[in-house]
Design a binder for this molecule. Structure first.
Ligand SMILES: NC(=O)c1ccc[n+]([C@@H]2O[C@H](COP(=O)([O-])OP(=O)(O)OC[C@H]3O[C@@H](n4cnc5c(N)ncnc54)[C@H](OP(=O)(O)O)[C@@H]3O)[C@@H](O)[C@H]2O)c1
Length: 241
């Protein structure tokens, strides 16, 4: 199995899990387009990637901007959509408008990408969405993240039928060492990671490339469809007892 010569688009490919997926796809000989909001981050990512890489500045919450990602390409074989941040804050303490961005990214963003990409996808094409362990293991203060990633899982199952024979899957990472996590935790990074690692059955958090390997597998395996693949070291099964 190989992605040799295939066109892959990663919306949210300039950092973390998306960047590692770009790196692995390039190793398999794919042509990779990475998109994100920051031109600086995209250029930095391109500098560190080896192979056929294109960058497009785009915000997944803006349909016109999403359409521009796909304009240059006649055929798109596989799409991965890791774009998104964390929606933090307790419902009673947070202005509801602050939660809009997360839902725009995870629900409408995914729909904009699907609408732009699918008309150019061959029968063997695939789309991979991003979920997360919070879909099954909510923690107080991240309710709207839970809602967003659970919606991604619902979209996965529904789109797998609606877009057939194009396959639609999702990866659901647990704690993964990426710039998103280090930015959110700041100075508390070491203490928090030590504490959560104790609770995860494998006793550590994940690496971006471990999630990226799963995404590449989902692109390559033509019979996995409508699936949510958990890459969380077993955190989903940890009981409070
Ligand atoms: N790391 C974890 O522990 C973890 C666990 C579960 C799920 N996830 C999910 O996995 C995904 C990737 O996370 P990560 O940890 O790899 O984060 P990351 O390092 O911050 O990477 C996020 C990527 O998405 C892009 N992006 C963010 N918002 C965007 C938007 N509105 N439009 C277009 N691009 C956007 C970012 O570039 P710009 O900022 O320049 O736009 C960047 O390229 C996220 O959806 C995250 O919620 C992460």
């Amino acid at each position: 199995m190989s992605l040799q010569g295939q066109n892959i688009v990663i919306v949210g490919g300039s950092s973390g899990i998306g960047f590692e997926t770009a790196r692995l796809a390039l190793q398999q000989g794919a042509n990779v387009t990475i998109a994100g909001r920051s031109e600086e981050k995209l250029e930095k990512a391109k500098f560190h990637l080896i192979g056929n890489v294109w960058t497009v500045v785009a915000d997944v919450t803006d349909e016109t901007s999403v359409n521009q990602i796909f304009e240059r390409l006649d055929q798109i074989d596989h799409v991965f959509i890791p774009a998104g941040g964390l929606s933090m804050g307790k419902i009673l303490d947070t202005d509801p408008d602050e939660f809009r961005q997360g839902l725009e990214e995870r629900i409408f963003g995914a729909l904009y990408v699907v609408r732009a990409a699918v008309p150019k996808m061959p029968k063997h094409g695939s789309i991979t969405l991003i979920s997360g362990v919070r879909a099954d293991r909510p923690i107080p203060g991240t309710t709207m993240t839970t809602v967003g990633v659970a919606a991604a899982e619902a979209l996965t199952r529904s789109l797998a039928l609606e877009l057939a024979p194009i396959r639609v899957n999702a990866v659901a990472p647990g704690w993964t060492d990426t710039p998103l996590v280090s930015n959110v935790l700041g100075d508390n990074y070491d203490a928090v990671i030590r504490s959560v690692s104790e609770k995860i059955p494998v006793k550590r958090i994940g690496k971006s490339e471990e999630v990226a390997e799963a995404v590449i597998m989902l692109m390559n395996n033509g019979f996995i469809n409508g699936e949510v693949l958990h890459i969380d070291g077993g955190e989903r099964h940890v009981s409070a007892a």
